[in-house]
Design a protein around this ligand. Structure first.
Ligand code: PSV
Ligand code: MN
Length: 407
């Protein structure tokens, strides 16, 4: 039988090149989970509390460790300073002991510039010099925490902005941010980085001080070479070509990392790849088409808070999906694709690209998991382990004990 298709689907069973590509890709792929993804969260309309949700930093480490044991790809947990280390750098010994106990390490350090009442009109872009000082001091504390924990990345999201035209000086606020980031950059050791995240709207709805990658990039440039851009996939307006932004940032050597999540409407924080897996594939393809050296500093992180799904299950699903989409992107024959692009063989180029996307890599990923000593099916293994039932019972019991001792 002849096959007239330009790119017959990859037959993975007899394809050593595909196997090597997928195995190499998975061996090098790591993605960080967020501590806040294991805690109770909600929407501005309310919270649906889950008994299994983590309420202490120890529980967050325990849950993160479980995800890593099952997937082998999530050895670090992002910490949000106020939520996880309210005592600041003084909490570092506690974090270090949790790292030892659970076998996962502290990952990016996330300052909190949005929760305190003083930040009503902004943090580092606030018109008040006194409030800006407090915000910068918090950034400096976060740098100190990162040093103490030997975790190089401080990921900053600035929620500042305004709700009504004419009510704030957008121009002055640019200057305030430049000063703040400049001071922060000076506090960095050579091995540390500051990642500046952007977001077009929310919590403010007229102007946001760091609304897109251009603003983020310019603030990084002004701050210094250790400042790099953080792309949160949920922080773009509908229709934005995120992989093109990623390519520009890679080209300029300023792509610090990702906060992965999916969205349908705005910053929905849905499970990675649940709405548009092709987009994640396209992002990974841009990254895998450049030299390994050019992509080695990219920090992959998940930024999702699940209100309806079980939190540990959702996080396992997210890591597994990231691994599968990364593996699919690794199947693209980039040398062949480059030739087809150069000769403007549009259909063949597109088919080469699409064929990798449509290939079911799950059998190969399963093989990789078994070869590396991980469960073949992490989600099934989670269910069989009884971990979620265990934490549900333990945490519900602890909560009712706390209520009764309070009463
Ligand atoms: C803001 O929407 C954001 O993406 C920032 O990264 C915050 O640190 C995180 O979400 C908090 O959930
Ligand atoms: Mn984010």
């Amino acid at each position: 039988m002849t096959n007239n298709s330009a790119n017959p689907a990859h037959d993975l069973s007899s394809n050593d090149t595909a196997r090597t590509r997928v195995f190499d890709a998975l061996d090098s792929f790591r993605i960080e989970v967020p501590s806040w993804g294991f805690a109770n969260t909600g929407t501005r309309f309310g919270k649906f509390v889950q008994s299994a949700a983590a309420t202490t930093i120890e529980e967050k480490f325990a849950d993160a460790a479980e995800v890593n044991i099952l997937t082998g790809a999530a050895p670090t947990v992002a910490l949000h300073v106020l939520w996880d280390m309210p005592g600041g750098v003084a909490d570092a010994p506690k974090i270090r002991s949790l790292e030892l106990k659970y076998g996962v390490r502290a990952g990016s350090i996330n300052p909190n510039l949005f929760q305190d009442q003083i930040y009503k009109y902004g943090s580092i872009a606030n018109p008040s010099a006194e409030i800006r000082r407090q915000a910068v001091d918090h950034l400096l504390d976060s740098v100190a925490i990162s040093k103490e924990l030997q975790s190089p990345d401080v990921s900053i999201w600035v929620a500042d902005g305004s709700n009504y035209p004419g009510t704030q000086s957008i121009r002055k606020r640019i200057g305030y941010m430049e000063d703040a980031f400049g001071e922060m950059h000076q506090a960095l050791e050579p091995w540390q980085r500051m990642l500046i995240e952007y977001k077009p709207f929310e919590p403010t709805f007229y102007h946001t001080d760091i609304a897109d990658w251009g603003m983020s990039l310019e603030l990084c440039r002004k701050a210094g070479p250790q400042a790099v851009v953080l792309v949160d996939t949920g922080h773009h307006l509908q229709g934005t070509n995120i992989e093109q932004i990623v390519t520009w940032l890679l080209h300029l050597g300023v792509l610090g990392g990702f906060h992965f999540n999916d969205r349908k409407y705005a910053d929905d924080d849905l499970t990675l790849g649940s709405i548009d897996p092709y987009q994640v594939f396209r992002i990974f393809s841009e990254i895998l088409s450049v030299d390994a050296d050019a992509r080695k500093a990219i920090a992959y992180m998940i930024d999702q808070s699940h209100n309806l799904k079980g939190k540990v299950e959702a996080m396992v699903q997210s890591v597994v999906t990231a691994q599968e989409l990364y593996a699919r992107a690794a199947l693209v024959d980039y040398a062949k694709l480059a030739e087809l692009q150069d000769s403007c063989s549009l259909v063949d180029a597109e088919e080469t690209f699409r064929t990798a996307f449509w290939t079911d890599v799950r059998p190969l990923v399963r093989e990789w998991r078994m070869a590396r000593g991980f469960p073949a099916d992490p989600l099934a293994a989670l269910r069989e382990s009884g971990y979620v039932e265990k934490i549900t019972n333990e945490r519900a019991a602890a909560a009712s004990k706390a209520v009764s001792s309070y009463a």
